[in-house]
Design a protein around this ligand. Structure first.
Ligand code: FAD
Length: 405
C-alpha cells in the first residue's frame, strides 16, 4: 500500500476501529489508484480524456463504495468514502472529477431522492460501473447562483419537455444519463430530472480549452425539445434546488477528500525530490528554505484532513436523519469548511512542491505539475471559495445574515 495513505489509516486507527470490510475497500482503492496511475499520466500528457479509467475503477468496485447494499453498493461510511476519494486524489483531479460526479453528486442523489424506478434504472447500474452519470446545474450565465437558471421545461401531458443549455458539465459528453435542473415555464419553480443522453433532442459539445484537468471530460450539453418521461422526475416537482444543494454538500466532501490526497502526494513527491536532488554540494533537503516548504506542506496536510474526517464522521449522523434541520445546517457548514480549507491548502501545497522540483516541476512530466494545475479548479467548482466563505459566515452569524438565497 502507498506509504502516505497507510500512515493516514494508521493515524485514524487511534480514533476509528476499521472493520475488515472497510480495510478491504481501502486496499481496493489503493490497488485501483496504483493501476490508474499509468493511463492517467499517459492521457494527461496527451491532454485528452482518459477512457480507460472507468473500467479500472469498476474492476475494483469503487463506484459501489458509499451506496447502500440494497442498491448494489458496499454500504461504506462517509469516512471510508472520503478515504477512497483521498487515495484517488494522489492522481490529481482528472479521474477524481469523474468519480466525484458519478458517486458523490449523482449516485448519492439518486439514492436519497430517487424513486424505486430511478434507483433500479440508474443507481444500480451506476454503482456497478455500467452507466456513467453527469450533473447538469451550471449554465453559461448562471454558475454561483443556480437559483436563477434558465433551462426550462413544460408538461405536455404525457412527458416533460426540456429546452436549454448547460455549461462546464463534467462527464457531459460521455454520460449515459444526466441529472438536469430546469425551471417550469408555468410556475417558474425549479425541478430535477434524470435524462437519458441517447434521447433525441440531446447533444453535448466537449470543451477542449481547459488549462488542465485533461483526463476529465467537460462539456456543454444542449436540450432541444427533449422529452423526458414523467417517472424521471427526481425528488418532488418544484423542489429541484433541494436536490441540487444536498448533492453539492456530498460533492464538497468528495472534493475536500481529493484535495487532501493532492496534499499527500505533493508531500511525498517533494520529500523524495528533496532527498535526491543535489545543489550547492548538498541535497536540497538540507537547505533550510527547502525544509520550510516541506514543513508547510506537512502542516497543510494536518490542517486539511481533520476538518474533513470530522465532517465525514458527522455526515454519518446526518445521513441517518436527513430531515433534521439543525444537523443539516451543521453539516452544510462542515462540508463548506472542509472544502474551503482543503482546496486552498491543496493548491498551496502543490505550488510549494513545484517550487521544490524547480524547472522540472513546471512540466506535465513531473509528478507535481499536474497536481498544481488540477488543484486550481477545486477552488472554483462545486461552489467557489467565495461561496464557501459566505456559507461559513452565515453558518456562524445565522440565517438572517445569508448573503444570498
Ligand atoms: C472543470 C470544471 C468542471 C465543472 N463541472 C461541473 C459539473 O459537472 N456540473 C455543474 O453543474 N457545474 C460544473 N462546473 C461549473 C462550476 O460549478 C462553476 O464554474 C462554479 O460554480 C462557478 O460558477 P461560474 O463559473 O459561473 O462563476 P461565477 O458564478 O460567474 O463567479 C465568478 C466569480 O464571482 C464570485 N461570486 C459569485 N457570486 C458571488 C457572491 N454572491 N459574492 C461574492 N463573490 C461571488 C465567484 O466566487 C467567482 O469568483 C464545472 C466547472 C469547471 C471549471
Amino acid at each position: 500500500m502507498d506509504a502516505m495513505f497507510q500512515s493516514t489509516i494508521e493515524d485514524l486507527k487511534h480514533i476509528h476501529k476499521f472493520s475488515d470490510d472497510e480495510l478491504r475497500i481501502l486496499d481496493a482503492a489503493d490497488a485501483a489508484a496504483e493501476e490508474l496511475a499509468v493511463p492517467e499520466f499517459e492521457h494527461y500528457i496527451k491532454r485528452e480524456y482518459d477512457p480507460e479509467a472507468p473500467a479500472i475503477a469498476k474492476k475494483h468496485g469503487l463506484f459501489k463504495v458509499p451506496i447502500k447494499k440494497e442498491y448494489g453498493g458496499l454500504g461504506a461510511s462517509p469516512l471510508v468514502a472520503a478515504l477512497v476519494k483521498q487515495r484517488l486524489g494522489h492522481l490529481g483531479m482528472g479521474f477524481g472529477s469523474f468519480y466525484n460526479v458519478q458517486v458523490f453528486l449523482c449516485s448519492l442523489a439518486l439514492q436519497r431522492w430517487g424513486s424505486d424506478h430511478l434507483r433500479e434504472k440508474y443507481l444500480k447500474p451506476a454503482a456497478n460501473g455500467d452507466k456513467v452519470l453527469a450533473f447538469g446545474l451550471t449554465e453559461p450565465e448562471h454558475g454561483s447562483d443556480p437559483a436563477s437558471l434558465e433551462t426550462n421545461f413544460e408538461d405536455n401531458g404525457s412527458s416533460y419537455v426540456i429546452n436549454g443549455t448547460k455549461y462546464l458539465i463534467s462527464n457531459g459528453s460521455v454520460a449515459d444519463a444526466m441529472i438536469v435542473f430546469a425551471r417550469s415555464k408555468s410556475d417558474k419553480k425549479i425541478s430535477a430530472f434524470v435524462v437519458d443522453t441517447k434521447t433525441s433532442g440531446f447533444s453535448a459539445m466537449r470543451m477542449e480549452e481547459k488549462i488542465g484537468l485533461f483526463t476529465s471530460d467537460t462539456a456543454m450539453p444542449e436540450f432541444k425539445d427533449m422529452e423526458v418521461p414523467k417517472e424521471n422526475l427526481l425528488g418532488e416537482l418544484g423542489k429541484g434546488l433541494h436536490v441540487a444543494y444536498s448533492s453539492l454538500l456530498n460533492g464538497r466532501m468528495g472534493i475536500a477528500a481529493g484535495c487532501v490526497g493532492i496534499i499527500e502526494q505533493s508531500l511525498s513527491a517533494a520529500t523524495q525530490r528533496a532527498r535526491e536532488r543535489f545543489q550547492h554540494g548538498k541535497l536540497i533537503g538540507k537547505h533550510q528554505l527547502i525544509q520550510k516548504h516541506i514543513a508547510e506542506i506537512r502542516q497543510n496536510l494536518e490542517m486539511a484532513r481533520w476538518p474533513l474526517y470530522y465532517a465525514a464522521i458527522r455526515k454519518e449522523q446526518y445521513d441517518a436523519n436527513p430531515t433534521d434541520k439543525e444537523l443539516a445546517r451543521e453539516m452544510d457548514l462542515r462540508a463548506s469548511l472542509a472544502k474551503k480549507i482543503a482546496s486552498r491548502l491543496a493548491f498551496e501545497s502543490a505550488d510549494r512542491a513545484v517550487q521544490i522540483f524547480g524547472g522540472f516541476g513546471y512540466s506535465l512530466l513531473s509528478p507535481v505539475g499536474p497536481l498544481f494545475i488540477d488543484s486550481r479548479v477545486t477552488r472554483i467548482y462545486e461552489g467557489s471559495d467565495e461561496i464557501q466563505e459566505l456559507k461559513i459566515a452565515s453558518g456562524v452569524l445565522g440565517d438572517d445574515f445569508r448573503a444570498f438565497d
